[in-house]
Write a protein of this length. Structure first.
Length: 120
């Protein structure tokens, strides 16, 4: 597996972009873990309702608006990911500064587009 990814803000709703992202990640054989407000499964991936000390996270892809990201700043930084992707609607200059201080790369991009165009 490559680029183990944590989907933050994962949804069981098949109409949500986070749900599409999980399906696309799994479809491309990218190891995927997920955190959301409701437990359940999407494409075989368990959505966790509580924060887990995931290991070897390469990418965190955000589907939380900036206000909802704040409680997770320390958690995400503590995972020491190689990058954080800010999907449309999740842009957060305050968090960019914190990530930059920690040497964590970030992208303002759409994970679905990156996956579809082999740029992930």
């Amino acid at each position: 597996m490559k680029k183990k990814t944590l989907v933050m803000g994962a949804s069981l709703n098949p109409g949500r972009y986070s749900n599409f992202a999980i399906q696309k990640l799994v479809g491309q054989n990218i190891e995927t873990v997920a955190f959301g407000s409701r437990e359940g499964r999407v494409a075989g991936v368990e959505i966790e309702e509580s924060l887990k000390p995931f290991k070897d996270i390469h990418t965190v892809t955000l589907y939380l608006n900036p206000d909802n990201q704040k409680p997770f700043y320390d958690y995400i930084i503590g995972l020491k990911p190689k990058r954080v992707i800010f999907n449309p609607g999740t842009e957060n200059p305050e968090f960019y500064v914190l990530l930059k201080k920690e040497g964590i790369n970030f992208e303002v991009a759409c994970s679905l587009v990156l996956l579809s165009s082999n740029q992930y």
